[in-house]
Design a protein around this ligand. Structure first.
Ligand SMILES: [Zn+2]
Ligand SMILES: [Zn+2]
Length: 224
């Protein structure tokens, strides 16, 4: 344990993201309540917890990525774990979220050549002070024994939160660019914290495929 972590534990002990009890990132009771998605009965195209291998909506969808997996539903205590990780400047929750994402990706072990993360916008990075998705990608890459690569930059992105589903897909056209010198090759596992409509991951996957990637699959911690 580093001196900084030790001091943080003394002055601000870690609290359960579910019930606020001190002592752990998630207490055993809240960990038992995590709304996890069983990959065997979720949509293989969008990761939705629909009880089937293809949800009704995916029949008319044309995602650029071939498969999607999500660790859980965006409900408490998982939703709160993501919020404190991302918006409270609290980095001690990153390992727990990274491990959840890694378990969701476990069935794909041996498939990807590299892991890449959805990059934050410049404003979000400045506000949070760290790249909240890259830390999750690092855990997944280490667990799968493959490299994590920086491939994408944010060209232009309007805040997605107030947009409809159609507007989100339109907003994502041209919103990512390839990092200078980046050469996406082979099979790429693209990760994000939350899968809402799939527009962000779809926009990013299109850039990677156009630049030479063979196939892109996506993984998110939570499915909205
Ligand atoms: Zn708890
Ligand atoms: Zn689906």
């Amino acid at each position: 344990m580093s001196i900084f972590v030790a001091l943080a534990e003394v002055f601000s002990p870690i609290r359960c993201a579910g019930c606020d009890l001190p002592g752990a990132v998630l207490c055993p009771a809240c960990a038992g309540e995590l709304p996890l998605i069983d990959a065997r009965c979720s949509c293989r195209r969008c990761g939705a917890d629909c009880g089937r291998r293809e949800c009704g909506e995916c029949r008319d969808r044309d995602f650029a990525f071939t498969r999607a997996v999500c660790a859980g539903r965006l409900e408490p205590p998982l939703s709160r774990l993501i919020t404190v990780h991302k918006d409270a400047g609290e980095r001690r929750y990153a390992a727990a979220l990274g491990e959840l994402l890694l378990s969701a990706c476990e069935p794909w072990r041996g498939w990807p050549d590299a892991v890449s993360a959805i990059p934050p916008s410049r404003e979000a990075l400045a506000r949070r002070g760290f790249d909240h998705t890259r830390v999750l990608a690092n855990t997944v890459a280490t667990g799968l024994g493959i490299p994590v690569v920086s491939l994408l930059g944010v060209a232009r992105r309007q805040d997605q939160r107030a947009l409809t589903r159609e507007q989100r897909f339109a907003n994502m056209q041209g919103s990512f660019h390839l990092q200078p010198g980046a050469q996406p090759r082979g099979r790429i596992l693209l990760v994000d914290d939350v899968f809402t409509t799939g527009a962000t991951l779809d926009g990013a996957a299109r850039v990677l495929l156009a630049a030479g990637a063979d196939e892109v699959r996506v993984a998110a911690v939570a499915r909205a």
